[in-house]
Design a protein around this ligand. Structure first.
Ligand code: SF4
Length: 462
């Protein structure tokens, strides 16, 4: 077995994916090499997520499997637990599982390099301080050279009653804009064309920074980086989605015309119990405003059903909101009890049967809306950033539209990481099929590449 090898298993959201890239970069800088399975790894890192009910139990069963693997192969394995479960459970993990050597939270990634010699010397360590600043970008190992996650902030100062993030990722801290822009410039120089700006609540970026840059200002600076052609961002909070930000989004053509704006419930009563800080009408006004400014913008959302105290009438209001807004897609979740959250103390917790039935109804409704929205794109010409060969069909390529919609079409695998013009030929509720028309930029072809005001039908140049 090779020495100084590591394997990372990542659970959960894009923030965790980005954290795993940083963990991998730190380990490679310290002389480790990455392997694709734990079988031959000297160090295995589980980068965990605690968003789902039972996340801790899943981590403990994964740990059990790793220790069985270690016994089978007859070679020692060091195990590190990172991410939200690490943050939440801390030293309890070391106490419960003697096979774990290191527990560290997302704010401690920058200290991983310093902890490694102690880990290698046999110490068992815990580092879960949630107040460290996420300043300097560490080394990253990014899977693709043409696209990158860039973390712009960490943590969250909101206290939504269902959410573990403030407890696991700590208070909100924004990175200085200079460091972010430097990182994007370096990425662009290395061939990156698409960046996704990440934070728990990017719309409040800049709070606490002395320079006065807010998220709109940050977008302007990143938009000016030559070579970057598409900018994505997630996640936005409705209460911080300001007029200034909307105006900026409308002015910057490189920013993808896709807004992910979690509504969470269509009932004001439930929103108040969740502590979300807006009403349905306020949310709707923002959607109307952004659609007036960017008519072709695709809007997606997160929705939680079965929150404690949600009545049948509250749930019907959620369905009404989904119909009225006409989301391109939504991520629907059943409410689940999470440790250290205010919702645990609320009355009116609902049976799983009720929550499951509501989730199914919500997803069925959204599926029909998504299908209709996808079908409305058939016949349009769209710009697609090619991701590579389709995972389901080796004869096809997969790529994404601005709206993050997946398109499959025939083409050359060498087009990976380039933009193509594709005519959408058919649609299902999960993806689109298309035919390649060449590498020209459809906006360029239409003489619209400078981002002048233009008339588009459903985001397409027809
Ligand atoms: S805004 Fe609410 S849901 Fe989002 S990370 Fe913060 S506390 Fe969690």
């Amino acid at each position: 077995m090779n020495q100084r090898t590591f394997h990372i298993r990542t659970y959960g959201c894009q923030m965790n994916e980005s954290d795993s890239e940083r963990i991998a970069g730190t380990l490679i800088d310290r002389g480790y090499s990455m392997v694709s399975t734990p079988d031959d790894a000297e160090l295995v890192v589980l980068n965990t997520c605690s968003i789902r009910d039972g996340a801790e139990n899943k981590v403990y069963s994964d740990l059990g499997r790793l220790r069985m693997l270690e016994a089978e192969r007859g070679q020692p394995m060091k195990i590190a637990v990172a991410g939200c479960v690490a943050q939440q459970e801390g030293a309890r993990i070391l106490a419960r599982d003697r096979g774990v050597n290191l527990v560290f939270g997302s704010r401690a990634i920058s200290q991983l390099g310093d902890m490694l010699p102690r880990l290698e010397a046999g110490e068992r360590l815990v580092e879960v301080d949630i107040h460290t600043r996420p300043d300097a970008p560490d080394s990253h190992v990014r899977p693709d050279p043409w696209r990158a996650f860039v973390t712009v902030m960490e943590g969250c100062d909101n206290h939504c009653a269902f959410c573990v993030v403030p407890a696991t990722r700590g208070p909100e801290v924004s990175r200085a804009p200079e460091g972010i822009v430097d990182e994007v410039e370096q990425l662009a120089a290395a061939g990156c064309v698409e960046v996704t700006l990440l934070g728990q609540n990017v719309t409040s970026y800049g709070r606490g920074l002395s320079c006065g840059t807010d998220f709109a200002g940050l977008l302007e600076r990143i938009h000016a980086v030559p070579g970057i052609r598409r900018i994505r961002y997630t996640t936005s909070h409705p209460k911080d989605f300001s007029e200034r930000l909307m105006d900026t989004l409308a002015r910057l053509p490189k920013v993808a015309r896709h807004l992910h704006l979690p509504l969470q419930s269509g009932s004001n009563r439930v929103l108040e119990r969740m502590g979300r800080g807006y009403t349905v009408a306020e949310y709707m006004r923002r959607i109307e405003r952004i659609r007036a400014l960017i008519p072709d913008i695709a809007v997606t959302t997160d929705m939680i059903v079965g929150f404690p105290g949600e009545t049948g009438a509250d749930f019907e209001q959620t369905l009404d909101a989904v119909r009225d807004i006409g989301y391109l897609n939504l991520y629907g979740f059943k409410y689940s009890r999470r440790p250290n959250t205010a919702a645990l103390a609320l009355d009116g917790h609902l049976d799983d049967e009720v929550r499951s039935a509501r989730l199914e109804k919500l997803l069925t409704l959204q599926k029909a809306i998504t299908l209709a929205r996808h079908q409305s794109l058939v016949g349009s010409l769209r710009e697609v950033l090619v991701e590579g060969v389709s995972r389901r069909n080796a004869e096809r390529l997969s790529g994404r539209l601005e709206e993050n919609l997946l398109v499959h079409f025939s083409g050359d695998p060498d087009w990976q990481g380039t933009f193509r013009t594709v005519r959408i030929t058919s649609a299902t509720s999960s993806a689109l099929l298309g035919e390649d028309l060449g590498e020209e930029d459809p906006l360029e072809t239409a003489g619209l590449a400078d981002g002048k005001t233009f008339e588009l039908t459903r985001g397409a140049v027809r």
